[in-house]
Design a protein around this ligand. Structure first.
Ligand SMILES: [Zn+2]
Length: 98
C-alpha cells in the first residue's frame, strides 16, 4: 500500500467529513487487511487522489472486502434516508434509492 493511499484511508476511516458510513467502514477494513483478496482491493485503489475519489470508486465496484464479516455487520445497518429501510443496497451501489 502506498503512503498516499494509507493517508487517504486513515482520513476516510476517521469518520470526519461528509463521507458515507460505508466509506468509513470500508476504509477501516482496507487498513486492517487480513482477508482474502485484500491485495487485489488495494491495487485497484492505488491511484485514488482523495477521499471523494475513494468513495466514488468504492461505491461503484464489487470488492473483496464486501465479503468480510465486518462489512456485513456494520455497513448496512444504517437506515436509508430515501426509503427509511435498512440495507437499501441501491443507495450505496448506484447512489439511487431502490
Ligand atoms: Zn432506499
Amino acid at each position: 500500500m502506498t503512503k498516499e493511499l494509507r493517508k487517504i484511508l486513515l482520513d476516510a476511516s476517521s469518520g470526519r467529513g461528509d463521507l458515507w458510513k460505508e466509506t468509513e467502514v470500508a476504509s477501516r477494513i482496507l487498513l486492517a487487511g487480513g482477508y482474502p483478496g485484500h491485495n487485489e482491493d488495494i491495487v485497484a485503489l492505488e491511484d485514488v487522489k482523495d477521499c471523494i475519489e475513494l468513495e466514488n470508486l468504492i461505491s461503484r465496484g464489487a470488492w473483496y472486502f464486501q465479503e468480510t464479516d465486518t462489512w456485513k455487520e456494520e455497513a448496512w445497518t444504517d437506515y436509508c434516508p430515501g426509503c427509511n429501510v435498512a440495507y437499501c443496497r441501491g443507495r450505496y451501489t448506484t447512489g439511487q434509492c431502490e
